[in-house]
Design a protein around this ligand. Structure first.
Ligand code: AMP
Ligand code: TRP
Length: 343
């Protein structure tokens, strides 16, 4: 029996941080044996917003290619395995663009206008004149998923509306043309609680907020980030009793020192542990956990050609599947066949 398919993508925003790793990538890595996986870096999607302030967008394309490479390196360093999964760049599969065009004919404008992420993006990036591509963001995402006939999409809660629209579009297409061509796609919500930012347990770690720890940092830089973490403001001296629940350092001990949290909490509350030592202990554990990833990252970084080759192999595998889907789509819609046999 053939495996069910998993598809997911990330925008090439630059360095991956602990939020991406713990909230998404670790989960992708664990899905690789059970499913036929397609993981892609969505360079086209990164052009839906204008960019600026160091972020890629249609007005700021300088670092796009470098970001794609860096993301591929992070993914593989974290354990995505090109032998088991297809790892590639979205725009290397032009069939995605063709399917996006076809889907754009059957996507009701109302669905796009009602999409909550569209409104959020327009306001959070303060976009004065949203583009046609931004409005169509979920249609492109649906093409990303359905071109490989993805059954499951591992994403965070923020992406749920997009995956639901993908499913609605698949059903609409199947109904319009009387054929079960596309699967009923489902989100696989990542269960990991939100990873907090350096500044507060109530804020999400994110690159745009600048409260993140990138995988690419050195061990010293990581220790410095940990020194800057928000701790209990009323614990001033080492022997003052502390309140671990609002403390970012404690939140990360719950991830990196799971077995010690009982002791850490008790010592903090009793005033038997100071923040300086507590941070030093966290830096050691976090750096130990990240060491193999960083090591692998260095190896891959030293050979970018090899990484581009891997991405090219991934795209070639993905295109085989995608061109089969497109052939069926064209046939189903009575588009005249291409006699040249090129896809
Ligand atoms: P983004 O860079 O926001 O597009 O996120 C890429 C992936 O990482 C998505 O699946 C997010 O749900 C996940 N992610 C990003 N930041 C966090 C965070 N602070 N905690 C948990 N997951 C996150
Ligand atoms: N919109 C997703 C995000 O911002 C990225 C993405 C694009 C995606 N295409 C996808 C995710 C297809 C899953 C499947 O995180």
């Amino acid at each position: 029996m053939s495996k069910m398919k998993v598809t997911s993508g990330m925008r090439p925003t630059g360095d991956i941080h602990l939020g991406n790793l713990l909230g998404a990538l670790d989960n992708w890595v664990s899905l690789q044996d059970e499913y036929d996986c397609y993981f892609f870096i969505v360079d086209w999607h990164s052009l839906t917003t204008p960019g600026g302030n160091g972020a890629v967008g249609y007005e700021n394309v300088e670092s796009l290619k470098a970001n794609v490479l860096s993301m591929a390196i992070d993914w593989m360093a974290a354990g995505l395995d090109p032998e088991r999964s297809s790892i590639f760049v979205q725009s290397h599969v032009p069939e995605v663009a063709e399917l996006h065009l076809i889907f754009s004919m059957v996507t009701p404008l109302g669905w796009l206008e009602r999409n909550p992420t569209y409104k959020e993006m327009v306001s959070s990036y303060a976009i004065e004149s949203p583009s046609y591509g931004l409005l169509g963001y979920p249609t492109l995402q649906a093409a990303d998923i359905l071109v490989y006939r993805g059954d499951y999409v591992p994403v965070g809660k923020d992406q749920e509306a997009h995956v639901n629209m993908t499913r609605d579009l698949a059903l609409r297409f199947n109904n319009l043309y009387g054929k079960d061509l596309f699967p009923v796609t489902e989100a696989l919500l990542t269960e990991v609680a939100k990873v907090p930012g350096l500044d507060s347990v109530d804020r999400k770690m994110s690159k745009s907020a600048g409260n993140h720890i990138a995988l690419s940092l050195s061990e010293e830089q990581t220790a410095d980030k940990i020194k800057s973490m928000f701790t209990d403001p009323v614990k001033i001296r080492k022997d003052d009793p502390g309140h671990p629940d609002g403390c970012v350092v404690y939140a990360f001990h719950q991830i990196y020192n799971k077995d010690l949290t009982g002791t850490i909490r008790a010592e903090c509350e009793k005033g038997a542990r100071g923040c300086v030592d507590c941070k030093r202990q966290l830096a050691e554990s976090m750096n130990r956990a990240l060491r193999p990833i960083r090591q692998k990252r260095k190896e891959l970084e030293s050979n970018p050609e090899r990484v581009w080759d891997i991405l090219a192999e991934g795209a070639a595998r993905a295109r085989k599947v995608a061109s089969g889907t497109l052939r069926e789509v064209r046939e189903t819609m009575n588009l005249p066949e291409r006699r040249n046999n090129h896809g």
